[in-house]
Ligand binder design. Structure first.
Ligand SMILES: [Zn+2]
Length: 199
């Protein structure tokens, strides 16, 4: 299906660099090891080790909700994507942006806890680590959950819909317990959809 996938990770909020570096390394290796997707995950450019951590985008905070709207985060993601396309010389590259934030997000018309958002076939995936925190304060657990949610939202961008199979990363999570039930991979059916097409 894919010759090469580029994923720019654009982190906004108060992340620490070590967490982001580990996350990037693991995301890239599990895309390849578990899914056979040849992806390069990077932060600023594909040949730089600089990890920019962005401020919360302006206009993202919606005071009457007390959370940050994903609409602004999509715009933020699109801006990062444009930057990267320029760096690539606007070549015909398959480039997705994973917007990673550590504050609570919301989508208009959705009242529950939002872990992330992406459009099927879109270019931008959003994941928030805020609802993935745990009372153990375990970095490992947050990272595991973040990886699963990143696979879920990135899965939408590469054409996958929600999946009914328990354990599949494309299964819809209502709460963190659902996320913990999921594996860091897609089920066979989803993989077939990705690599075998829809027909
Ligand atoms: Zn599946």
């Amino acid at each position: 299906m894919y010759e090469k996938l580029y994923i720019r990770i654009a982190a906004a909020g108060n992340f620490d660099e070590k967490f982001l570096l580990e996350f990037r390394r693991e995301l890239q290796s599990l895309l390849w090891d578990n899914l056979g997707i040849n992806a390069t995950c990077f932060f600023s450019s594909s040949n730089s080790s600089i990890v920019p951590i962005y401020k919360i985008p302006k206009n993202a905070y919606t005071s009457h909700i007390g959370k940050y709207n994903t609409q602004s985060l999509f715009i933020f993601g699109k801006e990062r994507r444009e930057e990267s396309l320029k760096q690539f010389g606007n070549l015909d590259v398959l480039l997705k942006v994973l917007v990673l934030v550590d504050f609570e997000i919301y989508r208009k018309g959705f009242a529950g806890t939002l872990f992330g958002e992406a459009e099927v076939g879109g270019d931008i995936a959003i994941v928030s680590t805020a609802p993935l925190e745990n009372h153990f304060k375990s970095r490992f657990l947050i990272k595991e959950r973040t990886l699963k949610e990143a696979l879920h939202e990135l899965g939408h961008t590469i054409g996958l819909d929600h999946c009914k199979i328990k354990g599949c990363a494309m299964n819809l999570s209502k709460d963190i317990y659902d996320i913990d039930e999921k594996k860091k991979t897609y089920c066979k059916e989803c993989l077939n959809r990705l690599f075998g097409g829809y027909s």
